[in-house]
Design a protein around this ligand. Structure first.
Ligand code: SME
Length: 161
């Protein structure tokens, strides 16, 4: 059986997410291993969307975020909450869009190539259990379209966690 994700590259970002989200849902529906599903979501987003340089999950462990499945270069294994964009997102419990990472006080540069970033929280029973982090090597890559779609993925992750 083909597990290929099919995205029409000529579509707008919004339309690409619209094509991708149902495919991600059906990909994880048939599998109950969380690590497998998180790894698949990262790959689907990295290769389905354009300009996603790094994508991955961090999960809350005590007062820290610990790296989960990701796609892209090696990243920081642990981030203290509320440090960096990820820690700030976990602390605030809301999405953070950073158009230029050098302008975000305390941004943690896991890769010097990262230029912009979006982090969305993952909730379980109203508590933040983790974050979904996407970095781009282009400035200004992320907007409300990304926020809405990545929040849908965060809620899917919550439902399978
Ligand atoms: N830039 C993030 C750290 C994680 S990496 O981007 C993968 C931050 O400031 O929290």
């Amino acid at each position: 059986m083909s597990e290929e994700i099919k995205i029409d590259k000529s579509l707008s970002k919004e339309e690409k997410y619209k094509q991708l989200l149902p495919q991600i849902r059906s990909l994880v529906e048939g599998e109950r291993n969380l690590t497998t599903n998180l790894a698949q979501i990262c790959a689907a987003l990295k290769y389905g969307m354009d300009g996603f340089f790094w994508i991955g999950f961090y999960f809350v462990e005590g007062d820290e975020l610990v790296l989960g499945p990701f796609q892209g270069p090696v990243a920081c294994s642990r981030i203290k909450i509320p440090n960096g964009v990820c820690g700030a997102c976990a602390k605030r419990g809301e999405a953070i869009i950073v158009p230029d990472v050098d302008k975000f006080p305390g941004h943690i540069a896991c890769s010097s190539l990262s230029r912009s970033e979006i982090v969305v929280p993952i909730f379980k029973e109203e508590r933040v259990i983790g974050v979904l982090d996407v970095d781009s090597d282009e400035y200004n890559k992320f907007d409300e379209v990304d926020r809405t779609s990545l929040e849908e993925i965060a809620s899917l992750v919550s439902s399978i966690s």
